[in-house]
Ligand binder design. Sequence first.
Ligand code: WTA
Length: 648
Amino acid sequence: MKWVQPDPKRENWYWPTEAMKARAWVSDPKIYEEAAADPVAFWAKRAEEIVWFQKWSETYVDEPYAYKWFVGGKLNLSYNSIDRHVEAGKGDKVALIWEPEPPDEPNRILTYKDLLVEVSRLANALKRLGIKKGDRVGIYLPMIPEAVIAMQACVRIGAVHTVVFSAFSAESLRDRLVDSGARLLITADGYYRRGKLIDLKPQADQALTGTKVEKVIVVRRTGHPVPMDPKRDLWYHELVSGEKDYCPAEPLDSEDLAFILYTSGTTGKPKGVMHTTGGYAVQVYTTAKWDFNLHEDDVHFCTADVGWITGHSYLNYGPLMNGVATVVYEGSPDYPDFGRMWQIIEKHKVTVYYTAPTAIRMHVKWGDEWPKKYDLSTLRVLGTVGEPINEEAWLWYFKLIGGERCPIIDTWWQTETGATCVQALPGIGPFIPTVAGRPFPGIRAKIVDAGGTPVNVGEGGYLVIEPPFPPALTRGLYGDPEKFKATYFGEFGPRLYFTKDGARMDEMGNIRITGRVDDVMNVAGHRLATAEVEDALSQHPLVSEVAVVSRPDDIKGEVPVAFVLLKAGAQPSEDLKKELIKTVDKYIGPTARPAEIYFVEDVPKTRSGKIMRRILKALVRGEPVGDITTLRNPECVEELKRLVGYKG
Ligand code: WTA
């Protein structure tokens, strides 16, 4: 795509300040054309900025379903995150700032040297427990320094981490441990959330039956007594206390598995997205550096939990590979009051703040007085991720938080892409509300129709990515190569990765994401399949059938709405609704709770008995319902319209 110099005065288009341009790693838009001319050479150049134990022999292998990057190269993610800075004499620089939720509890500050010691001790302990390269290790930890330390310790020895969000239920944890075949689990006694002490260990215990987990390492965070099985469970602090302070980083092959992260697809069963070492390291390092314009004096605050890909790439690996300080906040943004995030920014002189639109909308609702109480003048770059951002939230973020001086970097990406793929760059712009930006240099994204043909400028279509595929793009789904092919390449073949997002592009190449085109929801920035919520609700003994669809929500972006058919004899009641909510908590976690549960006699079905979720979706969204004459039971639609208060 050729760079078109747009009219600089275009309404609602914002451009970098002179100060930003001067400080930016890239400020010349020519970079887009240069990279497009030879993306493989572009990425090879980027790869030279990280440390390789052995240089790669082939930069990119373009094989269907088996693309590879930096083949033959050897490196280590943890070495690039920590050792390289220590060896460069920057060991005393702050690497991690931990902000516990209780406001009077002291921070924990780790320098790069400290981090090297902590990570080495745990890595040595893992080795002593028999964990070897390729073994899977489950991590079920709250937002404490040990979450970062544990991930780093795994990749340091070539073990494959699979992090599970600590607000996920025991059942969710079990599914992921079983699927990944994890041999060891690292968890904690508990954590603090909204001022309450929450025990985590009992849930971890419940998750273990039926898994291959032999040992459980438990971090003492709260000190609250939790059950310990003397044959299986080890206290983290006791375990690492006798270990050596240094563990050499294992030279790993560029295509060695680094981690598995489970995410929601269209079925009830989450899939294990695999990321390998070299390509992931290069794209995460480069995008963290260019998107947020990271320099060594930056203090980077990513609010995502380590259980999500954003926490992996832009709380842990990206900032650390760039040698900056990363802030880890344990708790809730409204504790002890609505000003907590702004107070953290002031206290730690945060320069980069990266959060989700749902969080921004929440702050808008809480009121301007909260951010106004704090000094936010250290901020240089603001980021958003996870869902389309609405104009009101964008402008509020830009004006009130960024003082109109900080670019808003609206980053589009996915668990599967591992790193950001579409965004504006802080030294180049433009920054346009609701528009993510252009594909990152070296990434070929385009918008096509159902037949795979590019659509015209301004027309809606499907966002796809062409080879050479981005270095960090997933290499597959754990244990299911066929599903990998079908899910991402089923529609358009092996030469177009299908993102499952709808989008449109302007004449300059700026992309506006319009949202998922499959049955995946973004609930308060959390990715969730409608089928997962259906599966959870079906576990209740009184439920006979259930259909879940999403509907837009002012704060959370989208929320699940459930239509439940009860078994004969069961009576609908408020108590039963509460029980159903509990069932969702048990099988997934509170993030998946339906905003609304309707007890119904029937749901629209095709003649072959398939539930027409499309109609239910239209009903809850007040959109046109379309043709219902081919349904087996069209009469139920009228009844449902009354029930949901349809005004379409
Ligand atoms: C959505 C999160 C609009 C999109 C990193 C994608 C976005 C899904 C944006 C992936 C954005 C992410 N604008 N939509 N800037 N970023 N999405 O795997 O629908 O949790 O497919 O990864 O979030 O969610 P995931």
